[in-house]
Design a protein around this ligand. Structure first.
Ligand code: DGY
Length: 326
């Protein structure tokens, strides 16, 4: 049986998909992401399962897959998939939790470290021959607020706390007693549900929460006003958490010192307003959604997404632990 794989995901983990095609009864075949062409290919070839990268799907895909079909996210976030629509058509949606935590947390460390020492502008000034050394700050003793204190947030906390000696405040909506037993192993200094209090203290604010209606554009003008003017915003989660026009103003008017973004409202990045292009600002570091894009994590995401499909096809959805629209 053929399982379709978004060609972006396929090329990130080609050797794993080739190995799985050789070792299982399934052939993993790359397909272009565009929804209408994908939907036609799925209908014409009687495909039951599709492994999806980050490209959003809102329409034709859900009519093309049969009831009992599968959309398996290659990744943990599933905001790009319409779960309500999928459920109404009897389509199962799965993801790959756990296997990319270390990759995303390491990338967030590099965003924090690069911002602290201005590595991006230092590289540009050195290679352009201008040689403009700019002083930075040390991480040791600095305060970081991690907004979204799930698996990735806790992994990042360990790295920043035990590795760099930072004081970490975990911020989430769950009651504190759920986190208290983890204090020593995860290494946070504080846990709070009071986001504003954490913002007021932090030298670095890292976004690691899911995007849902309550968190869309959570980082807006009001949020930036609450941050210290010396603070850095890091977004390792989803672009829609940040109002990019408000961020542009906050960076330009120096309400906050800098931002480091791996994710954007539109990917590939394009400005939300033509006159507020984040790429024109000196105090920003941008990377093209590469947090989970490592050799190790790609191999694990491919294997988990494939296994999700195989388990659902062979044993039914109840046997798959990673369904997100049960
Ligand atoms: C995820 O896992 O959601 C990453 O953003 C990659 O898609």
């Amino acid at each position: 049986m053929t399982i379709y794989v978004s060609e972006i995901s396929y090329h990130k983990a080609q050797s794993t998909f080739e190995r799985l095609s050789a070792e299982t009864d399934y052939t993993f075949t790359p397909v272009a992401e565009e929804e209408n062409a994908l939907a036609s290919a799925i209908s014409n070839n009687g495909i039951k399962a599709f492994i999806a990268d980050i490209f959003p799907y809102n329409g034709a895909l859900y009519d093309a897959l049969p009831a009992g079909g599968i959309i398996a996210r290659y990744g943990v976030g599933h905001d790009s998939i319409d779960k309500t629509l999928a459920s109404s058509k009897g389509i199962h949606v799965a993801n790959t939790p756990g296997v990319l935590d270390n990759a995303v947390a390491e990338h967030a460390c590099w965003m924090i470290g690069a911002s602290a020492r201005h590595l991006h502008s230092a590289h540009a000034s050195t290679t352009s021959g201008h040689w403009q050394p700019k002083g930075g700050v040390e991480l040791r003793g600095r305060k970081v607020a991690i907004l979204g204190f799930g698996r990735i947030g806790q992994n990042l906390c360990q790295k920043l706390s035990f590795g760099f000696g930072m004081q970490v405040t975990g911020v989430d909506i769950l009651p504190e007693d759920q986190f208290a037993p983890l204090k020593e192993s995860v290494g946070f200094s504080h846990y709070t549900t009071d986001r504003d209090a954490a913002l007021a203290e932090a030298d670095f604010v890292v976004l690691l929460m899911a995007v849902v209606p309550a968190t869309k554009h959570i980082a807006n003008a009001d949020f930036f006003q609450k941050m210290k003017s010396s603070a850095v915003l890091v977004n390792s989660a989803r672009g829609a958490l940040v109002c990019e026009n408000d961020l542009y103003d906050a960076l330009e008017q120096k309400h906050i010192a800098a931002a480091a973004l791996d994710v954007f409202e539109a990917e590939p990045y394009s400005p939300q307003s033509p006159d507020k292009d984040l790429r024109t600002l000196p105090n920003i570091l941008m990377t093209p959604h590469i947090g989970s894009n490592t050799e190790e994590s790609n191999a694990a995401m491919a294997a988990t997404a494939a296994q999700n499909c195989i388990t659902i096809l062979e044993q039914g959805p109840d046997a798959c632990p990673n369904i997100v629209n049960r």
